[in-house]
Design a protein around this ligand. Structure first.
Ligand code: NAD
Length: 492
């Protein structure tokens, strides 16, 4: 039995503008809980006039925020950390209800957000700039400056964590932040917005605009918006990247993924069984870091048996959550059938799974393992985004890496082995931005940055950690010479 309770009445989804929650004025939408299928939220998007009002207020608020010393800005983040930890159960319930995660997964996402927050707090000590006497009496200095108003557009699959990758860092650096959450999971934003307000963030420094494509385009096009961060599918990442770049804006758009795991015959069956099963079933496979293709090199049957045993033991609603929409469940069911028709064997079939008691109206699919998948087929190449893993049998590491290298994405790749030299062979030849050794979900932890390569990322840099600082700010280079040194030198 699941410990989730889906509220009977829908919450009104509003917009946070200059510190006040306001109703929308554009297209209407409903939010369905993947647990029950029932409506848990209703709202209207923001059209260009409402976006203009909000962004103009954000621009005004940014000036005073930028003039607030970094140490004072981090004071708000200290307070925010306390509030998020105090309210973690409450926020996790909202994440689960609107997204379908288990409560444990929802809490873990918030904790990762808190880790980013801690990194942002540490900037007061880490990021003191640099100053040096480069010639007699001449000093060069770095000053980090905010960009102004920046925007972030986020996906449904991590309603709290993905926004928290950027909220603490971009705001601490002195920007005003406009957030456009996914219209499939906007409810969490109401709680995060309240937490920032309670922490004492000045009105207008955080703006939340809920809605769909119209709202996104109005935000990108607004002349006050200087930089855009995006996380979502590659198709939309490319659209957002192109639109923003054509306007001369700074943009970093993270896209989809098809992550490969290279399984070697010497891998520890227990570690591989647990790590690989948890990777493709965690968050019901709706993670951009989820294992999607298992490149099984040689005789790895005992490790594969361990993966099947663990995946089979999971109970829906308790160990694994639901799928975001009914359409996505239908798509996954059809993709499994197409894989079968293309010659794959379904060695664990999630289509037969029973919905948890009381949640029969929800969107469910059990863990599914496809064996003998053709490397050129849909199941091996297309991002399915569900608890489905495709096993491609290969003879050698070189054959495995050829398949991995040829895939269009480049988020994650992992290897399971007990041999360091073989692990290094995979690590150094993987065409992925984040690589793991005996780790199913190789998410870098702060201060190490998060970001893929190839079609998993459009733009330059990473979205969290050290590599994100130069995206959310400019470095002003100041060279100073005072009276004490009057002679000229080669710089004069
Ligand atoms: P999505 O691309 O459908 O939506 C993401 C955001 O874009 C939402 O806020 C949505 O409202 C907006 N949007 C949708 N269509 C748009 C359009 N035509 N123009 C402008 N904006 C539009 O993604 P999703 O379904 O919410 O999330 C799942 C996808 O996100 C998967 O592909 C997953 O791999 C990817 N993802 C990637 C990362 C990463 O770090 N690379 C992290 C999380 C999720």
């Amino acid at each position: 039995m699941s410990d989730i309770q889906v509220p009977e009445k829908p919450t009104e989804v509003t917009h946070l503008i200059k510190g006040k929650w306001e109703a929308g004025n554009s297209e209407s939408y409903s939010v369905h809980s993947p647990y029950s299928g029932s409506i848990v939220g209703e709202g209207k998007g923001a059209d260009s006039s409402l976006v203009d009002k909000a962004v103009t207020a954000a621009n005004e608020a940014q000036k005073a925020w930028a003039n607030t010393p970094l140490k004072e800005r981090t004071g708000v983040m200290f307070k925010l950390r306390e509030i998020l930890l105090r309210d973690i159960d409450k926020i996790a319930k909202v994440v689960s209800v609107e997204n379908g995660k288990t409560l444990g997964e929802s809490k873990a996402g918030i904790m990762k957000g808190v880790e980013v927050l801690e990194y942002a707090i540490s900037l007061q000590n880490l990021d003191s700039g640099a100053k040096m006497e480069v010639s007699r009496g001449v000093f060069c200095e770095y000053r980090r400056e905010p960009l102004g108003v920046i925007a972030n557009i986020t996906p449904f699959n991590f309603p709290a964590m993905v926004p928290m990758w950027t909220l603490p860092i971009a705001i601490t650096l002195g920007n005003s932040y406009v957030w456009k959450p996914s219209e499939k999971t906007p409810l969490t934003s109401l709680y995060i917005g309240e937490a920032f307000k309670e922490a004492g963030l000045p009105n207008g420094v955080l703006t939340i605009l809920n809605g769909g494509v119209e709202t996104v385009n109005a935000i990108i096009d607004h002349p006050f918006v200087k930089a855009i961060g995006f996380v979502g599918s590659s198709k939309v990442a490319k659209l957002v990247y192109s639109r923003a770049a054509a306007l001369g804006k700074r943009v970093l758009a993270l896209g989809g993924a098809k992550n490969h795991i290279v399984l070697l015959p010497d891998a520890d069956p227990e570690i591989a069984g647990r790590g690989i099963s948890d990777s493709f079933t965690g968050c019901a496979g709706q993670r951009c870091m989820a294992a999607s293709v298992l490149l099984a090199v040689g005789d790895t049957q005992k490790q594969i048996d361990a993966i099947v045993t663990r995946a089979k033991s999971l109970t829906l609603g308790k160990d694994m959550g639901a799928i975001i929409t009914k359409e996505q469940v239908d798509f996954l069911n059809q993709a499994i059938t197409r894989a079968e028709e293309a010659g794959a064997k379904v060695i664990l079939d999630g289509r037969d799974a029973t919905a948890p008691k009381g949640f029969e109206g929800g969107y469910w699919l059990g863990p599914t393992i496809l064996d003998g998948v053709d490397p050129g087929s849909e199941a091996s190449k297309v991002e399915l985004f569900g608890p489905v893993i495709s096993i491609v049998r290969v003879e050698s590491i070189s054959e495995a890496m050829k398949i991995e290298n040829e895939n269009e994405y480049g988020n994650a790749c992992s290897v399971f082995t007990t041999n360091g030299a073989l692990a290094e062979k995979v690590v150094s030849s993987a065409s992925a931005g984040m690589v793991g050794v005996n780790i199913g979900v190789p998410v870098p932890r702060e201060p190490f940055s998060f970001g893929g390569v190839n079609h998993s990322k459009f733009g330059h840099g990473d979205i969290t950690g050290t590599n994100s600082l130069n995206f959310w700010s400019d470095m002003k280079k100041v060279t100073t010479k005072w009276e004490s040194q009057k002679d000229s030198n080669w710089m004069s």
